[in-house]
Design a protein around this ligand. Structure first.
Ligand code: SAH
Length: 221
């Protein structure tokens, strides 16, 4: 039973409205995703000064020239990932840690890689304070994957590169699924990659715009 405590969670109604208007109305039906996004306190993943805008239909700056993804994009990518409790996920581009928390609500274990130490450290702090015990964050080039933890049932990449980084496909389990934006600064296509009998099967899911995936196997300049 859940009863709204007066003053208990001042943002619960904002989250309800965000989920109804930005996700459900645009066709996202996965109840695990909708419930996770109703639960995760998105306002805690942005600066205090931006909290009143935390549930708006847009990305927001999180420092270091990076952004927290628009709620719809988080919902869409998470539902395309088609994840359940028994899977292990690799996430590339921890950023604020918001997408990480949404995944942690749904799956068994989340390994998340961020290249910028300050963002990784802040995300770690927020996720720890919220009590997520199934999340591991490391600072590295995520396009290289996380060899010690491979294979992964699911991989979600929250930054855009010119192609599927080969190490990530190598570290995807047979029958596994990866969701990532592929393209350049002009535009990217949200792409689902599946490993079927060792082969790469890709399905496009519309245009999107993410910050650059930086480093070897991505944008090297
Ligand atoms: N899902 C995050 C989005 C973060 S934006 C959120 O909602 O907060 C994308 C992040 O990818 C940025 O923090 C950026 O620093 C990171 N990034 C870019 N290239 C990377 C790489 N090669 N490896 C790991 N992280 C990378």
């Amino acid at each position: 039973m859940s009863a709204a405590r007066p003053g208990g969670d001042p943002y619960a109604r904002d989250r309800e409205r965000m989920v109804d208007e930005q996700l459900v109305r645009r066709g996202i039906t996965d109840t695990h995703v909708l419930e996770a996004m109703r639960r995760v306190p998105r306002h805690l993943f942005v600066d205090e000064a931006l909290r009143s805008r935390a549930h708006g239909d847009h990305p927001l700056p999180i420092g270091e020239e990076q952004t927290i993804s628009q709620p719809y994009i988080v919902g869409l990518m998470t539902s395309l990932l088609d994840a359940s409790r028994d899977v292990k996920v690799l996430e590339i581009g921890t950023g604020s840690g918001y997408q990480t928390a949404v995944l942690a609500e749904i799956v068994r274990r989340v390994c998340s890689i961020e290249r910028l130490p300050r963002l990784a450290q802040r995300a770690r702090g927020v996720l720890e304070a919220l009590g997520y015990a199934n999340v591991w964050i490391r600072v590295a080039n995520g396009a290289l994957g996380w060899i010690d933890e491979a294979p992964f049932d699911r991989i979600l990449v929250a930054a855009g590169g010119p192609r599927v980084p080969p190490p990530l496909f190598d570290q995807l389990a047979e029958g596994g699924r990866m969701v990532l934006p592929v393209g350049d600064d002009e535009g990217q296509v949200l792409t689902v990659v599946e490993k079927v009998s060792g082969q790469m099967v890709t399905t496009p899911h519309g245009d999107c715009r993410f910050v650059r995936l930086v480093g070897k196997y991505a944008w090297e300049t």
